[in-house]
Design a binder for this molecule. Structure first.
Ligand code: ZN
Ligand code: ZN
Length: 643
């Protein structure tokens, strides 16, 4: 059967990938129509714009034409403008001008301006604006809208408003663009005024307001707009969910998602990953699991980003087996994010050997490791005490994979040595670093000195830290912990005094616990409320029982991390993770694992209480603190008292 060129073009609209495109191209060559500008132009457009992996092919196709026309040039300028190499778009445009074909049209300008916006290059954007002006196209609606967006993207709100102001009859797209530009330039008031002045608003106008407010962290305004909206689409919903999740308002993210389900609307990929990100940040295991069920039932399980988010939820909720189940069931494992999330999950749980094995599998699978996956790997080595493995991978990173170690990788190595008590080695390692040292690196070592009680080195490190970051209260606390462990109470008091004099504020400790798919939070030093009273009542029953049945003696020394003044037993009992534990014990059925998320590192005393509670009451407790998981069962913890 002979295939006519017209037939080829008609199947083009159904072509979704490069493979099919090359087949269509082959048929065109056979019929001899491949040099016809009409057919070639269609093929070029589809490769450059419609499919995701066809741009390079389109470029080669373009180069094979002796004299491409303006349409072909524009197609390529457009394709490159939205690719990850927008610079090529500008180079193609310059080539077009050099060849002195027909003058550039509105499309040429709009695409080049878009490339400038994606490059965040105001200079190129400005020059193109001037050229459009000389061709009388600067107030052409299509060009003007991209100009407004470009100026917004480059942080030049003033110019964006000026271009808008010169439009005789702006359409709704132009109005939306100028509102977006204002938000980009953090001119929230300006954005609202323009929005209110709009003669006609479409759904996008409302969504632009939602996105702007949530990005600016003005969630109350976003909620007001959301309520006022008569029609909402999936973008409106996902914007709210992601906005809540990003701003740490997890409960509201959950509520919003529940409402979406209640209305029987189909959530999009962004809503799903947004609500899952809230779950993983809050450690909301039960809610995350419920969403997992929904995802499977509604047929979303093929979406790679949704699976990656699920792996993250289970990892961060301390259920590494479920994370693995999701990972293993993924049909497509080509995304490095899937591997890196799984490796990070194993690492956080202290499964160092498994993390390294999976890293090997990844390389075998043909996925090239990136800098982030190396952070997870080195973290795994340090938390499992695998020093030699860590050193070897750190070396291989540059010699085999050609990845320049970033400050985070150096930090992992310092942590690796520090945890193992090789403090001098860590110190020497920092001194030999080729990149400039930062406060975080020294702070990691100071933390290690605190755990291993090395006062001499701690003082030396503190000196370096004071030079880099003199006003950090955390460092003072760490040093005072070193003194406290060694029983040097005078020095502790001196540090406390100097902190008080410099009026440093410590970030308050908080803990979250999930009961009936709701997150309950306990913040250090907050006022009495019903939840706190309930927790205290239960705690007053737990602590005496631990004393009698397990010989618990409260510790003062290392408990300094989130209390203000002298370390009294009374204050140690007020630590938020103890309250979260007590509340979980009071509310949850006995066989349920109590899952707690804590923003700071768990202190030694709370750690002891968790261990003893797991034994005396026969419950399982999982605590995610700032750096890792602790899984308590039968009186011991998976961290082997080493964190
Ligand atoms: Zn504590
Ligand atoms: Zn532990």
């Amino acid at each position: 059967m002979t295939v006519t060129p017209h037939h080829c073009i008609s199947i083009l609209s159904k072509c979704k990938n490069l493979r099919t495109l090359t087949q269509i191209h082959a048929s065109l060559i056979k019929s001899g129509a491949d040099t016809d500008p009409f057919f070639a132009g269609k093929l070029l457009l589809h490769g450059a714009v419609a499919i995701s992996d066809g741009l390079r092919y389109a470029h080669r196709l373009f180069l094979s034409f002796p004299d491409p026309d303006v349409f072909m040039f524009n197609t390529l300028v457009r394709g490159f403008s939205e690719s990850d190499s927008p610079r090529n778009s500008i180079l193609t445009y310059i080539e077009m001008r050099k060849r002195a074909l027909a003058p550039p049209d509105s499309f040429s300008f709009a695409f080049v301006i878009k490339a400038a916006a994606n490059l965040r290059c105001l200079k190129i954007g400005f020059q193109t604006h001037c050229q459009a002006l000389t061709h009388g196209l600067d107030t052409h609606l299509f060009v003007a809208v991209t100009l407004i967006s470009m100026y917004g993207e480059c942080g030049s709100v003033e110019f964006a408003r000026k271009v808008f102001g010169e439009l005789p009859q702006p359409n709704v797209v132009a109005w939306n663009a100028v509102v977006t530009a204002c938000f980009r330039g953090v001119d929230v008031v300006g954005a609202r005024r323009i929005f209110e002045a709009m003669p006609v608003k479409n759904l996008t106008s409302w969504n632009v307001m939602l996105a702007g407010y949530t990005k600016a962290g003005e969630l109350e305004s976003a909620k007001r707009v959301f309520r006022e909206m008569l029609v909402k689409d999936d973008v409106s919903w996902s914007t709210m969910i992601v906005g809540f999740a990003h701003n740490g308002r997890f409960d509201e993210a959950f509520m919003c998602f529940r409402e979406l389900q209640r209305l029987e609307m189909k959530p999009n990929e962004v809503s799903l990953t947004g609500v899952l990100s809230a779950c993983s940040q809050a450690g909301a295991f039960a809610f995350g699991k419920a969403i997992h069920g929904f995802i499977v039932k509604s047929g979303f399980s093929w979406i790679v980003s949704v699976n990656n988010a699920l792996i993250d939820v289970y990892s961060k909720c301390g259920n590494v087996a479920m994370a693995r189940l999701v990972f293993d069931s993924m049909r497509e494992k080509t995304s490095i994010v899937s591997w890196a999330s799984m490796i990070a999950g194993l690492a956080m749980y202290g499964h160092g050997k498994e993390a390294i094995e999976l890293f090997d599998d990844m390389i075998e699978f043909g996925v090239r490791p990136d800098g982030i996956s190396f952070i997870s790997l080195l973290y795994a080595c340090s938390h499992a005490g695998l020093i030699e493995e860590g050193e070897e991978w750190f070396r291989k990173m540059t010699t085999v994979y050609d990845i320049e170690p970033a400050i985070e990788h150096y930090g992992c190595m310092v942590d690796l040595y520090g945890r193992a008590g090789k403090l001098q080695k860590a110190y020497d390692f920092i001194c030999r670093m080729p990149t400039p040292q930062n406060a975080i690196i020294w702070r990691t070592l100071l933390g290690a000195c605190s755990i291993h009680g090395n006062i001499e080195l701690a003082e030396k490190v503190k000196q370096r830290l004071s030079e880099l970051d003199p006003n950090n209260s955390g460092d003072h606390v760490l040093l005072s912990n070193v003194y406290a462990v060694a029983g040097k109470w005078k020095d502790v008091a001196a540090i406390r005094r100097s902190m008080a004099e410099q009026k440093m504020k410590k970030s308050p400790g908080w803990s979250l616990v999930e009961v009936d798919k709701t997150m309950y939070s306990f913040v250090a030093g907050e006022k009495r409320n019903e939840i706190r009273v309930e927790a205290y009542e239960k705690l007053n029953e737990i602590i005496p029982r631990l004393r009698i049945e397990a010989g618990y003696v409260p510790e003062g020394a290392n408990a300094l991390h989130d209390i203000q003044e002298e370390e009294k037993e009374d204050q140690v009992t007020k630590h938020s993770e103890k309250l979260a534990l007590a509340f979980g014990m009071a509310r949850l059925p006995k066989e349920t694992t109590i899952r707690i998320v804590k923003n700071l590192r768990i202190c030694r005393d709370c750690h002891t209480v968790m261990k003893l509670t797991s034994k005396v009451y026969g419950v399982e407790i999982v605590v995610r603190d700032r750096s890792r998981f602790h899984s308590f069962k039968n009186g011991s913890c998976t961290c082997r008292d080493y964190w």
